[in-house]
Design a protein around this ligand. Structure first.
Ligand code: GLN
Length: 556
């Protein structure tokens, strides 16, 4: 077990040259390695934008909004943190400039700084340091703080100054800086170039940060010469110039690649922590299954409205991959734009899939396409999984096409519908502000005996994370039940419908919550496991093609 002496150690991870280098993934992979060497790790992300949280942003801006159990709407990198490490994130795991400024300005209005001029340095930087310090605890050996943005951004400056000060205060043996950078291959020259990384480190050095470890994202392997050059010009030990080459198949290979280069060993040595043995056995077995799934590959159609940006449904795609792993199968995802379903019809776009998933979303664009996809899955007995808005669409489809309630809808899309089968939750009706006001975070759900949901979960009470304003309208419960809809999950005490399903169907389950946030590659979420299992059964029966073509699971 952990051999910790002294305080919580801090690792600060910055990014250079370009964004989207996979800082979140790298942070998560390092956290996994340190955890598997017996240390108790916590992760945190600091985002330089001015939104108080990403909850009000479109997925096109910022990818998916990840919801923590304690109800924070956060950056999708927290999803990587939880998936790689299984360590739950909380409100303290994501701070933005907006949130930091809001605290400082609120305190100023309350008179907390009476007599003083309130400034970026020291007041904003102190607030950032307090955010970092929130991870200091007896049960945290190592805290990893990822700084969003790229070195050189105006917005990141207060964060970089804060981490510089923080490391200075805790001392060199207790904190270190890792810089994730890009070593591009320039086709015309036929060469890999280290200059952008040198310049990026140069930017950090002008503000007093000298990275201890350089992790270089690259398409091709780096040579000893590249490493020597970066070591000399960036003032980083040669063995601490680490290569992070694009992984071939899955993001879950990243920790294995980093461990191969002993980066976790260097981290522990620099932080004056004992280098315990690394236990990556279970992880490696999982990756082996992922890369060569013994049960073949199934294709799942995901019908959404933010399909063009893969990050919009990050946790969904990952959870499907996990559902595959636990079944020994690969999952290939067919991404279908719901508006295209409206134009071309569900049959044209979903023919041959072994399962259909309709994820969450907001606003009425593409709704009718999702409803058509629902109808297609129900009518053709294709395994179906609806999540949040997906459940609401399934309810609408069932009301319209099975219970004869023409024009049934959600009041989110049709306020005057004759059958508001989905309606705004009572407590939401008085809410006027948009940020952080939905029903958010983990709530209990009682799962009825003898249902597909209960079979998947294997237990009567579960807890799942939510993010919605609308809900199933209990006024229509009896009528839909008579039509054959089952209410297999209900929020105890509140009587909110949480899970619906169809008895007379191979697997048709839809839930109001977001199960994808709790799925990890080592512990697939029960509903994703059940859904992929049903899809494999459907494929074996010849409904939906089961192909041998290698999947690209996990590669998002
Ligand atoms: N727009 C729907 C609601 O607010 C569904 C939300 C979601 O899918 N996350 O209830």
């Amino acid at each position: 077990m952990a051999t910790r002496n002294g305080p919580t150690r801090h690792i600060f991870i910055t990014g250079g040259v370009v964004s989207s280098l996979g800082k979140g993934l790298t942070s998560a992979a390092l956290a996994l390695l340190l955890r598997q060497r017996g240390y108790r790790v916590k992760l945190q992300k600091l985002d330089p934008y001015l939104n108080v949280d990403p909850g009000t942003m479109s997925p096109y801006q910022h990818g998916e909004v990840y919801v923590t159990a304690d109800g924070a709407e956060t950056d999708l990198d927290l999803g990587h943190y939880e998936r790689f490490t299984g360590i739950p994130c909380t409100r303290n795991s994501n701070y933005t400039s907006g949130g930091i400024y809001r605290s400082v300005i609120t305190r100023e209005r309350e008179g907390g700084y009476l007599g003083k001029t309130v400034q970026v340095i020291p007041h904003i930087t102190d607030e950032i340091k307090a955010a970092i310090r929130s991870l200091d605890a007896d049960d945290v050996d190592i805290a990893i703080t990822e700084i969003g943005g790229t070195a050189g951004d105006i917005e990141s400056l207060p964060f970089l100054e804060a981490i510089r000060q923080y490391r200075h205060e805790i001392g060199r043996r207790n904190g270190l800086f890792i810089h994730l950078t890009l070593v591009p291959y320039i086709k015309a020259a036929g060469e890999m170039k280290t200059k952008p990384s040198q310049q990026s480190v140069g930017i950090l050095r002008t503000i007093g940060i000298v990275p201890d470890i350089l992790i270089c994202r690259c398409e091709r392997p780096m040579t000893a010469e590249h490493k020597a050059k970066l070591s000399l010009f960036c003032d980083v030990d040669e063995n601490k110039v680490i290569e992070e080459k694009d992984v071939e198949h899955s993001i879950y290979e990243v920790p294995i690649e980093l461990a191969r280069q002993d980066v976790d060993v260097y981290i522990l040595e620099m932080l004056n922590l004992h280098v315990n043995p690394l236990d990556l056995g279970e992880w490696k077995r999982m990756v082996d299954t992922l890369l060569a799934p013994p049960a073949g590959t199934v294709e799942i159609g995901v019908v959404g409205k933010y399909i063009s940006l893969r990050d919009s449904y990050k946790s969904i795609y990952e959870a499907l991959t996990h559902g595959g792993i636990v079944n020994g199968a690969g999952v290939r995802i067919r991404m279908v734009e719901s508006e295209d379903v409206e134009k071309s019809g569900a049959a044209a776009l979903l023919d041959g899939v072994a399962g259909i998933l309709v994820p969450g979303g907001f606003g009425d664009r593409g709704i009718e396409g999702k409803i058509q996809a629902n109808q297609y899955a129900r009518g053709n007995r294709i395994p179906f999984f609806g999540i949040c808005l997906g459940m609401q669409c399934a309810t609408i489809e069932f009301a319209r096409n099975v219970c004869g309630m023409a024009g049934a809808n959600s009041t989110e899309f049709a306020p005057d519908t004759p059958y508001p089968v989905i309606d705004m939750m009572i407590e939401q009706k008085k809410v006027t502000e948009k940020g952080g006001t939905m029903r958010l975070g983990a709530y209990a759900c009682a799962v009825a005996d003898g249902t597909a949901a209960r079979q998947a979960y294997g237990q009567a009470e579960i807890s799942e994370r939510h993010r919605h304003r609308y809900e199933f309208n209990n006024r229509f419960r009896e009528k839909l039940q008579r039509g054959g809809l089952r209410f297999s999950g209900v929020c105890p005490g509140r009587d909110l419908v949480e899970i619906i399903e169809l008895a007379d169907h191979p697997w048709f389950v839809a839930c109001q919550f977001h199960p994808e946030f709790q799925s990890t590659p080592l512990r697939a979420h029960p509903l994703f496991r059940g859904f992929v299992e049903a899809a494999l059964r459907a494929a074996a029966r010849g409904e939906g093609r089961k192909t041998k073509r290698a999947a690209r699971p996990g590669k998002a």
